[in-house]
Design a protein around this ligand. Sequence first.
Ligand code: MG
Length: 204
Amino acid sequence: MKIFAIGLNYASHNNEMKRTFESKEPVLFMKPDTALLKDGKPFFLPDFSEEVHYETELVVKINRLGKNIGERFAHRYYNEITVGIDFTARDLQKKQKELGLPWEIAKSFDHSAAIGAFISKEEVTNIQDLNFHLDINSKTVQQGNTKEMIYPVDRIISYISKFFTLKIGDLIFTGTPAGIGPVGINDHLQGYIEDKKLMDFRVK
Ligand code: MG
């Protein structure tokens, strides 16, 4: 199982990161299967970072084998979605970026890809018009709508499949809107798509 993630897919987040860089293609990175955190299990703060951030994202699960998928056929390759957290060791990421080095130690460490329970995409009217948000300790800290994506889901799937064969069960984190921030010990994270709570776990 592979986990793909898209960076810089919401203009609002790019502004807060002070990224003026504009990519003509999606910014893609990967996490290994050991990054997965699910079933409400706690996230243990790693000791190698002083600044672990949440990034709340729509997550899509691939349900068909595919390669070189045309954008107009991409909707046939997934049928379940959820909300997830792309945990990021922001201090390490800053350092890696400054040095022009790869991001993996900041983005792909154990349990850095938290996911909620999946729902069928049939349960939503339009995957590109979905409100999602994260509450920490019962206060909403980040919210977005998938219509703000620079690269919509079908475009992302088409792009990824040029380089990588997509397999059943692969996951795609589709990028974060503005409002990222740190997590601390004992924080209670709850993630929603519309008013449906799909993700619920604690930081330890
Ligand atoms: Mg992200």
